[in-house]
Design a protein around this ligand. Sequence first.
Ligand SMILES: NC(=O)c1ccc[n+]([C@@H]2O[C@H](COP(=O)([O-])OP(=O)(O)OC[C@H]3O[C@@H](n4cnc5c(N)ncnc54)[C@H](OP(=O)(O)O)[C@@H]3O)[C@@H](O)[C@H]2O)c1
Length: 167
Amino acid sequence: MKLSIIVAVSENNVIGIDNQLPWHLPADLKYFKNLTTGHTILMGRKTFESIGRPLPNRENIVITRDEQFQHEGIVVKHSIEEAIQYCRQKSDEVFIIGGDTIYQQTISWVNRIYYTRVHVLIENGTAFFPELNMEEWKMVQSDYYLKDEKNQYDYTFEVYDRMLTDD
Ligand SMILES: NC(=O)c1ccc[n+]([C@@H]2O[C@H](COP(=O)([O-])OP(=O)(O)OC[C@H]3O[C@@H](n4cnc5c(N)ncnc54)[C@H](OP(=O)(O)O)[C@@H]3O)[C@@H](O)[C@H]2O)c1
């Protein structure tokens, strides 16, 4: 199993406002879809409820402490450890797709971060992504795009790999 995070982050580390994304960026949604389709995605219960349905053509794992929680088309796990243990049997890439609490608890486990930097400051954020420690992460890709009629802010598709200790 290769374990990766995928996230879109404002210049001031905001990822959400009141359980919604702070922006309308169809190019990022397409990028997310292209990367995750055919793979397993792992998310917190609030992110699942924000999306509102299982994402098609992917195995959807939802983490909750609620023993009663269930929904058609998802696999429910009750701890991060249980979810990651379940994913160990996968031979391909597993994507952690948020939100804030799940990223915080899993960032030390992952080797790659697909990091869309959204070039805006969001003042009223309620969900955040940790500041990357650049002694631990090496940027391996960076593609910058200007806003257009469909995408409201400039954005950069960055990819970071965890540095090996002897890098
Ligand atoms: N910009 C992006 O790329 C991006 C991506 C994803 C999400 N988001 C945004 O992030 C926000 C949601 O983030 P969030 O932090 O509020 O919620 P979240 O991380 O999606 O979900 C939190 C919930 O996950 C469950 N959970 C967390 N840790 C757990 C653990 N160790 N064991 C068992 N269950 C656990 C709990 O569910 P129960 O309460 O049911 O027990 C908890 O309330 C939204 O605004 C969303 O739009 C942004």
